[in-house]
Design a binder for this molecule. Structure first.
Ligand code: ADP
Length: 360
């Protein structure tokens, strides 16, 4: 039995706006689930419904198999960390961590042990006497995380907890949160708009768009088996290249060449004849030059190059179409030069031009 079940969950706000549609998900105990999607897609609304801070308009919410739609946050045993740290400014780090336990009337010795243990996990031992204003952004966020994990709740909810930190601190905190998750084993639901955060932290990712789940899967599944154009374009940086076109006589025109897609489509080629398809390939899955077998070989013009150290992004044009290729910096081609590159068949994704779903 799943630890948390969301069954056909919908949220319709009082103004009539339908923010979340038929959200279905089962979460196992100890999992780290990330909700990812652009701003406004319904991530926070879903998280707040799980937290008990927002009514569920329709659907069933279960904890340990028990219907929990009407339970308050306390009954659900959730702790939440927000983007703003919400620390008590006049209290020391020690007191901030101890506060919720003090309110519950927990024994002082027990509190002391828990505070020290939490501080150890979070690397805050040397800062226990400090006030929040004497801490860096990253340290403050760690205290906020500490305040949540000290309560030993069942479900740990985080809403964009790193967005107030600078890029470097975000990278550090990201791995620290994964580490804390590993140490505490707490079931965690983490909301972010950042695909890198999702990919690096999650056991499973839920990709959302305009209130609908697009796909649920491990980082590996989302990258290698995207369900549709949206997911394929959302995961990966630079994003997957897409070229739209018609299938004619089993062929797809790209960069003045006629690619035989029957290799990819097999017996589906017939049903797509004359229809629009979207041809997708990732910038990093190409080879410069001509691969003799098992690949589509394409000519292109180099428009711009960006040397990033570990790789170079090469912006190309193929007739009317544009794409980005990721190449070894030592192979960076000249701007305005003509190149040839190869895309192995297995690295090509084809999507239905109408539904934008992957053609399997
Ligand atoms: P995300 O967390 O993915 O950025 P939200 O869950 O905050 O998105 O919001 C989803 C959608 O619901 C947005 O279009 C937002 O404007 C709308 N929304 C959020 N809160 C309310 C509310 N109280 N009343 C009406 N619409 C809301």
């Amino acid at each position: 039995m799943a630890y948390i079940t969301l069954k056909d969950i919908n949220k319709i706000y009082p103004n009539g706006f339908h923010a979340v549609h038929d959200f279905n998900l089962e979460i196992e105990k100890g999992e780290l689930i990330v909700f990812v999607g652009s701003s406004g897609c319904g991530k926070s609304t879903t998280l707040r419904m799980i937290a008990g801070l927002e009514d569920i308009s329709k659907g069933d919410f279960l904890i340990n198999g028990q219907r929990a739609n009407e339970w308050g946050p306390r009954e659900r045993e959730v702790a939440m960390v927000f983007q703003s740290y919400a620390l008590y400014p006049q209290m020391s780090v020690y007191d901030n961590l101890a506060y919720s336990l003090t309110l519950q009337g927990v024994d002082e010795d027990v509190i002391d042990e828990k505070v020290k243990n939490t501080a150890r996990i979070l690397g805050l031992t040397d800062y226990l006497d400090r006030l929040p204003r004497a801490l860096s952004g990253g340290q403050r966020q760690r205290v906020a995380v500490g305040r949540a994990i000290i309560r030993k709740v069942g479900i740990f909810l985080m809403d964009e907890p790193l967005s107030n930190l600078d890029a470097k601190q975000r990278v550090t905190m990201r791995s620290e949160i994964t580490q804390i998750h590993r140490e505490t084993g707490a079931t965690t639901i983490y909301v972010t708009h950042d695909q890198t955060e999702a990919m690096t932290m999650a056991d499973r990712i839920v990709v959302m768009k305009a209130g609908y789940i697009q796909q649920v899967g491990t980082p590996y599944e989302l990258y290698f088996k995207p369900a549709n154009v949206f997911v394929a374009g959302f995961i990966g940086e630079p994003p997957m290249n897409f070229v739209r076109g018609k299938l004619e006589g089993g062929k797809f025109r790209l960069g003045g060449k006629s690619l035989d897609l029957s290799v990819k489509l097999g017996n589906k080629a017939k049903s797509y004849e004359g229809k629009e398809i979207i041809f997708g390939f990732r910038p990093e899955s190409i080879h410069l030059g001509e691969q003799k077998e098992g690949a589509y070989v394409l000519p292109a013009e180099v428009e711009l190059t960006e040397m990033l150290g570990d790789n170079t992004n090469v912006y190309i044009t193929m007739g009317e179409d544009k794409a980005i290729l990721k190449v070894d910096p030592h192979d960076t081609p000249e701007v305005d030069s003509a190149i040839t590159f190869s895309i192995p068949y297995e690295s090509v994704y084809l999507f239905d031009g109408e539904t934008e779903k992957v053609i399997e």
